[in-house]
Design a protein around this ligand. Sequence first.
Ligand SMILES: NC(=O)CC[C@H](N)C(=O)O
Length: 368
Amino acid sequence: MCRIGALKSRHYMHPSKALLLMQSQQKGHDNSGFAMVMQDLGGIFEDYKHLPTLSLACTDEGLKIAEDLLHAKGFRRVHQWVPETNPQPGLDIEAMPNYVFETFDYPKEYQDASDKEKGELLTDTRLELRAAMEEDEKGFAYSFWPDVITLKEIGDPRAIGTYFNLWEPNEDFTAKVITAQCRQNTNYAIVRYAAHPFFLQGYTALANGENTFYQKNKEFQSSLHRGYIGFESDSQCFLYSLHYVHKELGWPLPYYKHVVTPLPFEDLVKREDKAQLLAMRQSLAHLEINGPNTIIGVLPDNTMFTCCDAKKLRPVVVGRDEDTVAISSEVCGINEVLPDRNWEVDIYPNEREIVVIDDNLEVKRWKQ
Ligand SMILES: NC(=O)CC[C@H](N)C(=O)O
């Protein structure tokens, strides 16, 4: 079992809070990957929210490839942050030579383009960067999107925090939404791209558990969108189904749950919307998931949610105070970051609901 966690706050938070959320949940991972995605950025990125930031881990050669490619496409760099690292002997981390977070202005011919056109350009560019740096692991392009930063590395989450100086809070590197995962690899090779959360076009997902319909999901998803690639972890399928249902088909979030864990037939036929639900079930059967899992997701408007498999085989809890909502595999993580909250209002989501936190921090439970 991996451990997953998410924070959403009215105020900007430093990632030390996410490390704290994950720190007490030590049992459930094997140092095969730690990652976090920060969205709705503050600090030194606050003034650049409207422009895309590239999150890159690479060799010197990879950096040159990436910068040449972006330059050739007409992207102009307006901001750069290179985290100061703290390499100490004995730290369990497989560090890359460079970690670079760069914000770019769009190419001139895109200045008046629609958000959709810009989004397609960013997606194509990230895929090109990924392909160009793939050979010999010259680099990893995790996200290239406005107001998003992704950090992934292989090793012990505590050591990764130390390496990137993330334990000491400051005002420079902050966000209102942070998702994080400590991975226990249960499939395939240990590679950086396999560390959750996964990100595509404003959508973020991370998971605890297995997707035993991985093969079925993967084969179907590979034909649906050029961005549905990689599949280094079975959990990436959760992201791609979310993106497909919510963005490509344009369906409201509750239908995501109906697609991934449809109601049993006998319950479904009793519903007023049975015609839609049946059609959905038939046409998107390949997106159903199976196995024990809990998913946390974030939508482009920073709505955050969590839902579980149809048997509720993996834990998750949602806790809150006035200013912050935390989602975590284990309640001990929430106790660390929100020690003074009213724990009586903690929510332990069940197998037939989605718990949703909107941008006003209202927490809603949607029954499937
Ligand atoms: N242990 C877990 O929850 C693993 C999640 C997922 N199966 C992966 O390997 O990435």
